[in-house]
Write a protein of this length. Structure first.
Length: 177
């Protein structure tokens, strides 16, 4: 039995190639992927609805991909004032073997640049640092809109709603299991 656990921290910017790379590595290593989604708390400010929606989208995307890959995925969501401290704490508490970090064009992916650099310099954990190919990363909906001529942004948004609704229904089924 393989007890390898890989931690994938997230604070912003869903990036499908990075998530797919993390899932692929976990699959190759027969590891459990621990997805840590962090909501930064800023004193005197409320959590933005967009941030909550982004975490929901991340969870749905990761769960769907993990099901496709037959991969064990654990999802942890935390509110924090110090992202790096929470990442290191989770790494130790969840007995992870390494933290997966991603960069593209010298910028942090899934984490802010400062968070990524601080984590690496702390040297309190093992890391896998992936450098993703440069270039414009388009969302699925942007690619779809580019392929279908005459499609307006509002039509793409409606299509996105139609696609996400079945995903959310499937997510409820997963939670019931």
């Amino acid at each position: 039995m393989n007890n390898l656990r890989l931690l994938l921290p997230f604070t912003h910017g869903i990036d499908a190639p990075a998530l797919d790379q993390a899932l692929s590595l976990a699959r190759q290593q027969h590891a459990t992927l621990v997805l840590l989604a962090l909501l930064p708390e800023i004193k005197g400010q409320h959590i933005r609805l967009e941030a909550l929606q982004q975490l929901q989208d991340l969870r749905i995307y990761a769960q769907q991909r993990a099901l496709r890959y037959h991969l064990k995925l654990e999802y942890i969501q935390a509110h924090t004032q110090n992202s790096n401290r929470t990442i290191i704490y989770t790494y130790q508490e969840q007995m992870c073997s390494a933290i997966l970090l991603f960069m593209r064009s010298g910028q942090g992916v899934l984490l802010k640049n400062e968070e990524l650099q601080d984590l690496i310099t702390q040297r309190q954990a093992h890391f896998y640092l992936f450098r993703l190919p440069e270039g414009a990363v388009k969302t699925f909906m942007q690619r779809l809109q580019g392929r279908i001529k005459g499609v307006t942004t509002s039509q793409v948004n409606m299509l996105q709603i139609e696609i996400l609704m079945p995903l959310q229904q499937r997510e409820r089924q997963i939670q019931e299991i």
